[in-house]
Design a protein around this ligand. Structure first.
Ligand SMILES: NC(=O)c1ccc[n+]([C@@H]2O[C@H](COP(=O)([O-])OP(=O)(O)OC[C@H]3O[C@@H](n4cnc5c(N)ncnc54)[C@H](O)[C@@H]3O)[C@@H](O)[C@H]2O)c1
Length: 260
């Protein structure tokens, strides 16, 4: 039997971190060997530190999964690569320059590394379908909805969707700009001609609609996350696939063999 993949979870005391710790611990191919967070998760009997360098030196994982905050993620990813581990970053809100830093360090190290804006398979397919439709429509808007404790807006998935649709179309979309904006921000945020509207409400986990408009018709592609369990199969798959790679991957698509 091949050795179990040693995994550290960063942001381990958070909502996602706790779910991932439990899912890794349940998986017979994986071994949960440590947690990183500013404070330990109650009830988790594991080597623990708020200092990634210290913990990674001590427990020598093969993969570090990070669901913390954007300001911490780059440090965690670089510490992982220095310690010979592959980082998988699920935290949202990373800037292009932060992703670039991780990509560069991964290429130098020769280790697999991943930044994955969304681990839910349905959401990955929604983005894939939106990318296909982007070639055939001139106008599109995104409505995303999340729980009211989400700290960033728009969501990483909404921004990634807009970026990918603009690349697929080869130019910015045509965006309606009103003559009069009665309340500032009335048309939402925008990227490459894609308006993005963010709802933040209790009771919602994550939802996104991509709405393409054309003469006499509109096309809606929608995805709903009804529980955080939606992310777990994607995270476990990423851990198992990243150890076989020596490159940097952005998004779950390359790990699923989904050609865009
Ligand atoms: N990629 C995806 O599919 C996906 C899915 C769900 C959530 N997310 C993202 O994951 C992140 C975490 O989400 P959450 O709902 O678990 O949030 P959360 O606030 O419940 O958890 C974040 C955890 O990070 C910890 N943390 C803060 N600073 C840290 C540091 N310097 N080092 C280590 N840990 C630190 C916090 O103490 C907390 O325990 C968010 O950015 C969220 O948007 C991504």
């Amino acid at each position: 039997m091949s050795e179990r993949v040693r995994v550290v979870v960063s942001g381990a005391a958070g909502k996602m971190g706790r779910e991932i710790c439990a899912a890794v611990a349940r998986d017979p191919e994986l071994e949960l060997v440590g947690g990183i967070d500013v404070a330990p998760s109650p009830g988790l009997d594991l080597p623990w530190s708020s200092d990634p360098e210290l913990l990674l030196r001590e427990v020598r994982p093969r993969v570090v999964v990070d669901f913390s905050t954007a300001s911490a993620s780059v440090g965690v990813a670089l510490a992982a690569l220095r310690a010979g581990a592959s980082p998988i970053i699920g935290t949202s809100g990373l800037t292009e320059s932060m992703v670039g830093q991780i990509r560069e360090a991964a290429v130098t190290s020769g280790l697999g590394a991943a930044v994955v804006p969304n681990f839910a398979l349905g959401a990955v397919l929604m983005m894939h379908f939106a990318e296909i439709a982007a070639r055939f429509f001139d106008s599109v808007e995104v409505i995303e909805a999340h729980h009211d404790t989400k700290i960033d807006a728009p969501s990483g998935t909404a921004i990634a969707t807009a970026q990918r649709m603009v690349v697929a179309r080869g130019q910015d979309f045509r965006r309606n700009v009103p003559d009069k904006e009665t309340i500032l921000g009335g048309r939402g945020a925008h990227y490459g001609g894609v308006s993005i509207h963010s709802l933040r409400l209790p009771g919602i986990i994550a939802r996104q609609e991509v709405i393409f408009g054309a003469l006499g018709q509109y096309l809606t592609i929608a995805h709903d996350t009804t529980s955080r369990e939606a992310y777990l199969p994607g995270v476990l798959l990423a851990i198992k696939r990243i150890v076989e790679r020596q490159d940097f991957v952005f998004g779950l698509e390359p790990l699923l063999g989904l050609n865009t």
